[in-house]
Design a protein around this ligand. Structure first.
Ligand code: 13P
Length: 249
């Protein structure tokens, strides 16, 4: 299975800079060894998808609402993301949980909406513990709880379209990548959890790692069992860095 490398551009770029980066992705990221995905902010999605046409680079949205239409000021629907051509959508990123109060219940509603309302978009469920939880030795229990609440009422056949991203909060934007041992243990734990919940389908669910990923650490991470790809933040703002990561065999 090809590794999935998603660049989460977050809210780092304005429109012009997003389009410029999309052009650099198109130039540098054609025909790599991985499935490469660009995740611009919402306002740039439609223009970025046009730029990326023919490059093989796919599109991810950073957010979605759980109703397909209606009076929900400021939100974006699954239908709109599908029309634009998004193939992935991040759900439950720790920054949204922290700054926008996104609860596990909301995360669950969003996951369900994407799985039910479209066949074309994979929800990327982000989970991960804080530093204090890690220091208390409770990382695995915490992540199991997040998975359990986020995936309430998700059926095994629906789960085949899921992607999980393990993003320990203490590793995001800190320059402190999780160690190979941390990642090995947590990804193994997530795989076992998924197997108990979804049976054989669990083997099809890619588990990505995110948190201070750069090309230099990506080689080791991608060689770790149960690491099916990476969710890259800061380093994804450089097409050259993404190219190095996406070409790792
Ligand atoms: P950084 O790679 O900047 O640590 O961000 C990780 C992340 O949050 C990706 O979603």
């Amino acid at each position: 299975m090809k590794k999935i490398i998603i660049g989460n551009w977050k809210m780092n770029l304005g429109l012009k800079a997003s389009l410029k980066l999309a052009m650099e992705y198109k130039k540098n990221l054609k025909g790599t060894n991985s499935v490469v995905v660009a995740g611009p902010s919402e306002f740039a999605l439609a223009d970025v998808v046009n730029i990326l046409k023919g490059s093989g680079v796919l599109l991810a949205a950073q957010n979605v609402f759980w109703q397909n239409e209606g009076a929900y000021t400021g939100e974006v629907s699954v239908k709109t993301l599908e029309e634009i051509g998004c193939r992935y959508v991040l759900i439950g990123h720790s920054e949204r949980r922290q700054y926008l109060g996104e609860s596990c219940r909301i995360v669950n509603q969003k996951i369900k909406a994407v799985l039910i309302l479209t066949q074309k978009i994979s929800p990327v469920l982000c989970v991960g513990e804080s530093l204090s939880t890690k220091q208390a030795g409770k990382s695995k229990i915490f992540v199991s709880g997040q998975l359990q609440r986020a995936l309430v009422n998700v059926k095994s056949f629906e789960a085949a379209r899921l992607v999980i991203a393990y993003e320990p909060i203490w590793a995001i934007g800190t320059g402190k990548t999780a160690t190979e041992k941390d990642v090995l243990e947590m990804h193994g734990h997530i795989r076992v959890w998924l197997s108990k919940r979804f049976g054989v389908v669990a083997g099809k669910i890619p588990i990505l790692y995110g948190g201070s990923v750069k090309a230099t650490v990506a080689i080791e991470l991608l060689a770790t069992p149960d690491v099916d790809g990476l969710l890259v933040g800061g380093a994804s703002l450089l097409a050259s860095e993404m190219k190095k990561i996406a070409n790792i065999k």
